[in-house]
Design a protein around this ligand. Structure first.
Ligand code: HEM
Length: 478
């Protein structure tokens, strides 16, 4: 605990103090810039692209800049996942006891999931119709709310939550919720609160375990326990129903396929009911907030850039018209809208960092020693949003930047879903969701700023820095 001595050739970074490690300089930079991702960018300017930090008892490396990030994400030695308190609880919850997810387990689970997700939703046809349906429900819901008015002001930061969650839950467990379902709204609210309390460097109670006992509320520990208890209750109930009605010859969703694998003669070492619940939880945490926040950002940039909104709408009117539902086959014919999606993902602050990785053994990155079990995260924001990123005028929303001679072309530094062994598993679904929801919204509504309440560009810092309250006027198109 009191060892503040850096290992030889550990990456440079702020001075380590007893107990608190590098916290002082980090906090100063965070207070100055407002966000952890900006603080680490500032410190990387000072110390270099591989930043050596220490919090409490844990060492943490932040990687910054395209070359170092590419080296990091391609490294097998750095492809572990953390097994500190925060991530262990994330996986199995307090009530279930703590079981570590072995690295080999994740490889097997990931392979299985990617293969079977395709059958229930990542295959283009089924994915398209499922999202189309959800987007149509959303249009209906908004139109009902607007009925008898010319327009209505909506709080945009929450309207996509339930429809996006539905696309995910349908694939996993065949469930969908009504947008006003109090239970799911409550669940999403707890998750947002939790994501605002912890950040990608982990929870405070992981770094300083004593906080679990002396400050369970402030450190986010109570929220964490509460959220896991509630999500596991929901998943546990659905699992019980699936087990009771399971027919291996008629799989309805991912949960059914997983149960079939579990009952097979040789399911693989990593398969268990607990692991299935963990997988559902991971999908919920990784897929719902990120996608709905991206859509919120999309609407934000469309109201801040009415010319972009008009251009995308014109393209939709020309290609699809106002009657037919958009589907994923329209994508190649709507290159401008596709560029709006790509630009939204580039500027989306919710994925400023990767999920933390862990060094599986002592290894080297950019010539520096990364000791075994050290956590490593990449600051993806810098790769796409800083002046040295290679994107012209990176702070401006310019969808055309991806169009070259009418064709979409992505620069090497474009990596909103990261790269390598842990590249996002939900990229296909996320991109399809953002595309079809935006397309359907623009086909049916016009969005504009509410002058008395313009968007506050400040965000909540946290795991996925998200917009503060943000309203838009929604006008149905005749
Ligand atoms: C716009 C939405 C999304 C963005 C920007 C995003 C971005 C990311 C990023 C940056 C990572 C970290 C990769 C790393 O640590 O190296 C990641 C991992 C992951 N994402 Fe997404 N994601 C999104 C939506 C989704 C969805 C919809 C799902 C679920 C189907 C999902 C499931 C996952 C999983 C399971 C991982 C961990 C992969 C692994 O460790 O092997 N994500 N995502």
């Amino acid at each position: 605990y009191l060892d503040t001595k850096k290992p030889k050739n550990y990456p440079p970074g702020p001075r380590w103090w007893p107990l608190i490690g590098s916290a002082i300089e980090i906090m100063e930079a965070r207070n100055r810039t407002g966000y952890l991702f900006q603080a680490t960018a500032e410190l990387a300017d000072k110390y270099g692209p591989v930043l050596g930090l220490k919090f409490g008892r844990d060492k943490l490396i932040v990687v910054y800049g395209p070359e170092a990030i590419r080296e990091f994400l391609s490294s097998d030695d750095l492809a572990g996942r953390p097994h500190d308190e925060f991530y262990r609880m994330r996986t199995f919850g307090k009530r279930r006891g703590i079981i570590l997810v072995d690295q080999n387990f994740w490889t097997e689970q990931r392979r299985f999931l990617l293969r079977h997700l395709r059958e229930f939703g990542f295959g283009r046809k089924s994915m398209s119709s499922m999202i189309e349906e959800e987007a149509a429900h959303m249009v209906e819901y908004l139109k009902e709310t607007i009925l008898h008015h010319d327009s209505v002001v909506f709080s945009i930061e929450t309207i996509f939550n339930v429809p996006v969650l539905n696309t995910l839950w349908k694939i996993i467990a065949g469930i969908r919720y009504h947008p006003d379902d109090e239970r799911v709204k409550h669940l999403m609210a707890i998750m947002s609160k939790l994501f605002g309390t912890v950040d990608m460097s982990g929870a405070l109670f992981s770094r300083f375990p004593i906080l679990k006992y002396i400050a369970p509320e402030m450190s986010g520990y109570n929220l964490m326990v509460d959220m896991h208890a509630q999500i596991y209750e929901v998943i546990g109930k659905v699992l019980k129903e699936h087990k009771a009605s399971h027919n291996p010859n008629d799989p309805r969703d991912l949960m059914d396929v997983y149960l079939t694998a579990l009952k097979s003669d040789n399911p693989g070492e990593s398969f268990s009911e607990q692991q299935l619940m963990a997988v559902c939880l991971d999908m919920f945490m990784a897929g719902s907030e990120t996608t709905s926040n991206t859509l919120t950002f999309g609407i934000l940039y469309l109201i801040l850039n009415p010319d972009v909104q008009a251009k995308a709408r014109d393209e939709i009117d020309k290609v699809i018209g106002k009657e037919r539902r958009p589907n994923l086959d329209d994508r190649p014919h709507l290159p401008y809208l596709e560029c709006v999606v790509l630009e939204t993902l580039r500027m989306f602050t919710g994925r400023v960092f990767t999920v933390p990785h862990r060094a599986l053994k002592d290894t080297y990155l950019n010539g520096y020693l990364i000791p075994k079990d050290c956590q490593v995260i990449a600051n993806l924001h810098g790769v796409m949003m800083r002046p040295e990123s290679g994107f012209d005028d990176p702070e401006a929303f310019i969808p055309e930047r991806f169009l070259k001679d009418g064709k979409i072309s992505l620069p090497d530094n474009y990596m909103p879903f990261a790269m390598g062994k842990h590249r996002c598993m939900g990229e296909t679904l996320a991109r399809a969701n953002v595309f079809l929801f935006l397309c359907t919204m623009l086909q049916n509504f016009q969005f504009s700023i509410v002058p008395e309440c313009p968007p506050d560009m400040q965000m909540f810092d946290g795991v996925t820095p998200a917009m503060k309250h943000f309203k838009a006027r929604v006008i149905p198109r005749s």
